[in-house]
Design a protein around this ligand. Structure first.
Ligand SMILES: [Ca+2]
Length: 245
């Protein structure tokens, strides 16, 4: 009987503990992603009180909050919305990153003795066509990765894996033979074109207008660029312009 009581107590305690909400809120710095507000503003004593108020009042939908340290005004929020923007008086935006719509984006930085480069990028390994990959990036306020310098290309190699072929934001869809970058439509310069493509690439003319980085298994020299049919499916990297972060 005593054993049964102990088992009951153990189950009861476990069930009680499992009802606890654990959530970490971190200050959000993405200027293109803002909270969707859940309810009216409330005056609280501290940022912690704001987090507790959000979780207690909106247990299933609280994913973040706006909090002004000076005025102590707290505004609970749910997910991110690209269509609204807070006022400066709203203070800082804190968000539960595990609930982020864009959990795969990270800051990537590469340093060498003379230069450095950074990108805020996500690597997506579900293979898509070039157009699908491009649209997916755009839906996340980003574009396919661009590698306009050698060090940026090395950063791309660090983000991706040698095992996969990966789309990069470079194509000559608009004008045959004029390969332009996905962020601003600028044509690849002569030096980078000769650095990234190994002869006879690009060789596809009208049949191959989209560019990917070859894998170690490719018939084209590994880890170089190849123009290919845009309907092939590869993994890809989306990149947010640093000016937007
Ligand atoms: Ca080719």
């Amino acid at each position: 009987m005593a054993l049964l009581v102990l088992i009951y107590l153990f189950v009861f305690v476990c069930a009680t503990l499992s009802q606890e909400t654990y959530m970490t809120f971190v200050k959000h710095t993405l200027r293109w992603a803002w909270p969707t507000l859940l309810g009216p503003a409330r005056s609280v004593r501290s940022r912690l009180d704001c987090a507790i108020h959000c979780l207690q009042s909106f247990p299933s939908s609280c994913h973040g909050y706006l909090y002004n340290e000076s005025t102590k005004i707290c505004k609970p929020s749910s997910g991110l919305s690209p269509y609204s923007s807070p006022e400066p008086s709203d203070g800082d935006f804190y968000f539960n990153d595990s609930q982020s719509s864009y959990p795969d984006f990270r800051h990537h930085t590469l340093l060498n003795e003379t230069q450095s480069v950074s990108a805020y990028a996500g690597y997506f390994t579900k293979p898509l066509t070039y157009t699908e990959a491009q649209a997916t990036c755009q839906s996340m306020h980003s574009h396919l990765f661009v590698a306009k310098s050698v060090i940026k290309y090395f950063l791309f190699l660090n983000i991706t894996t040698k095992e996969y072929s990966d789309w990069i934001g470079l194509d000559d869809l608009a004008n045959e033979g004029r390969f332009v970058w996905a962020d601003d439509g600028q044509e690849i310069d002569v030096y980078m074109k000769s650095y990234l493509f190994v002869s006879p690439q690009p060789d596809g003319q009208r049949n191959e207008n989209c560019v990917y980085k070859t894998s170690i298994h490719d018939t084209v020299k590994a880890l170089t660029f190849n123009d290919a049919n845009c309907s092939l499916t590869f993994s890809y990297v989306c990149e947010v312009d640093l000016s937007l972060i």
